[in-house]
Design a protein around this ligand. Structure first.
Ligand code: VG1
Ligand code: CO
Length: 546
């Protein structure tokens, strides 16, 4: 039976950079999930009888939310649900499934790299029919609906075995709704096989190419086992922490130099394999470290773009490249050399969707360890790892050699991001407000050797749909191409997180061997002084530097 349940709005259900993210106890309050999911459905048109994809990164509370969404999708008249077996779908695999099965959209259940467990984070994100995150127009409509919602529709509980592949029909508002449990890995693995030269990689593995992949007890475990060890022939044990756990083994499933420190230590040791890599909670981020050589995500984007043609899926060349605004300008140099356009978008994958859909770009990325292409509409952690592997196999060179040759050719963009996590919101907002006020006075000012040629608050005009997104980050652009960027995170669940992004370009090969901290010191100091970071955050140092 289908019931209409009266409800009242719940404050704070505003999707951020990537969906709605909150602490698990908040998601567990009565009506919280129901209100948000109904608000999503109420913001969409034309889904009656259509297909919805559903899956998550397996974190704590995943199965409960899946059970609720099954009942609500039926009550709202969807015709079919596609659910990853065990409730598991990596974010890129969900994107692919939406596209492949021509679904109306999908609900991706994840808080990505945020910790999981009863006291950790949970998240729900709606993706549209192109497979990508809903654009701001839709997320704003969803939020508006959460403020007025007065009822949700839900069917009686249904016994569905999430762990068994197969199809069950249940009663729904528009006749029977088919609940299809699908293998979460198979379609994705096929897609990867079509993009990369698996034979070439397999041969390289036989010839000694070695790697270590840390799935961080998160969603990529099953994918990495199947593809790296199964299809490509890497020996068993190549994939570490390959079983998804509800609390990620009490770790942050965040593939950076802090939370995957052991990989950096391994890569810097004599025992290093050719490639050390990792992915995050929901499988869309990547960490790339070669023997003795960390590759920043911004550099990785540039290097993948420069070498993409070596992989069969990109042999025809790239239409264009896009990067999020805070991402270093290394990719711009590659685009220039290739004679293709380079787009600069606000932070968050949703801004790449239109560019990808209209064929203006083939490859895109963010400094936050996200890289992807037009094969799906999400960033894709394993895709980046496989493209690196294919490039290593094709060039028969190590990561370090490829990196230094790239810097020789294009110059080096020194880059770092300083995060001040979970600082008081009032202080963080005051810091940003003060910087915004100072903007008109900063352009043309000189501090030591640094000339600020332009200071602004980044706004993005989407040339495809005409939408305008303002207040996307304070930029201080130096005359020599260096930059300092300030913005507040839109994915945190406690307090505020200030991100300070710093970049300097160095053309001279004689200066390519500096420590990043040394190369960026004057910019970091200037950022701290101008924004009075210590004063507003109460912190004398960032909590994470990536
Ligand atoms: C962060 C990153 C951003 C990324 C987003 C989602 O957002 O900076 O580049 O797209 O996380 O990534 P913010 O607003 O906290 O800076 V994921 O892997 O968490 O879905
Ligand atoms: Co993620």
């Amino acid at each position: 039976m289908i019931r209409t349940i009266a409800t009242t709005p719940i404050a704070g259900q505003k999707p951020g950079t990537s969906g709605l993210r909150k602490r698990v106890p908040e998601f567990q309050t009565p009506g919280y999930v129901e209100n948000f999911v109904q608000s999503v459905f109420d913001s969409l048109e034309g889904y009656k009888g259509a297909t919805l994809v559903l899956g998550g990164d397996g974190r704590y509370f995943n199965r409960e939310v899946i059970a609720t969404v099954i009942r609500m999708a039926a009550a709202n008249g969807f015709g079919r649900l596609l659910i990853g077996q065990g409730g598991i779908l990596s974010t890129p695999a969900a994107s692919h499934l939406i596209r492949k099965r021509k679904a109306f959209g999908g609900l991706v259940l994840s808080a990505s790299h945020n910790p999981g467990g009863p006291d950790g984070d949970f998240g729900i994100k709606y993706n549209i029919g192109n497979g990508g995150p809903a654009p701001e127009k839709i997320t704003e409509a969803i939020h508006a609906r959460t403020l007025t919602i007065d009822r949700y529709m839900i069917a009686d509980p249904v016994p569905i075995n999430l762990d068994k592949v197969g199809t069950t029909a249940i009663d729904g508002a528009a006749g029977p709704m088919l609940v299809e449990i699908v293998d979460p890995v198979a379609d994705y693995a096929l897609l990867m096989q079509g993009l990369f030269d698996f034979d070439r990689i397999r041969a390289a593995v036989k010839g000694g190419l070695s790697m270590r992949f840390d799935a961080m007890s998160a969603v990529t475990g099953p994918y990495a086992h199947a593809i790296l060890e199964g299809m490509l022939g890497f020996p068993a044990g190549t994939v570490m922490n390959g079983t998804p756990l509800e609390d990620f083994g009490h770790h942050h499933p965040d593939p950076n130099l802090v939370h995957a420190r052991h990989l950096l230590d391994l890569a810097m040791s004599p025992a290093s394999p050719d490639l050390c890599a990792a992915s995050d909670g929901d499988g869309d981020r990547n960490l790339i470290i070669g023997r003795g050589q960390f590759v920043t995500p911004s550099d990785s984007l540039a290097m993948l773009a420069a070498n993409a043609r070596l992989a069969p899926g990109y042999a025809r060349g790239l239409a264009g490249i896009a990067r999020s605004m805070p991402t270093s300008q290394a990719a711009d140099r590659v685009a220039k050399a290739l004679g293709i356009p380079c787009f600069e978008t606000p932070t968050g994958w949703k801004f790449f969707g239109n560019l990808l859909d209209s064929g203006l770009i083939s490859i895109c990325g963010e400094e936050s360890a996200g890289t992807g292409s037009d094969h799906v509409r999400e960033k894709d952690g394993l895709w980046a790892v496989l493209l690196w592997l294919d490039i290593l196999a094709a060039r028969k060179q190590g990561v370090a050699a490829i990196v230094s040759e790239h810097w020789r050719t294009y110059g080096r963009n020194y880059y770092a991001r300083h995060d001040y996590e979970e600082v008081p919101s009032d202080g963080a907002n005051a810091l940003m407000a003060r910087l915004r006020e100072m903007l008109p006075t900063l352009g043309g000012k000189r501090f030591g050797n640094l000339d600020i040629s332009k200071a602004d608050d980044f706004a993005y005009h989407d040339s495809v749909d005409g939408s305008l997104s303002t207040a996307q980050g304070i930029r201080l652009l130096m005359a020599d191409g260096s930059r300092i960027v300030f913005r507040l995170s839109g994915t945190g669940t406690a307090g505020a997180t200030l991100r300070v992004y710093v970049e300097r370009f160095e053309a001279d090969i004689a200066h390519h061997g500096l420590e990043t901290g040394v190369a960026l010191k004057d910019l970091v100091d200037l950022a701290g002084e101008l924004a009075r970071i210590g004063h507003y955050t109460g912190r004398s140092a960032p909590s994470v530097i990536t």
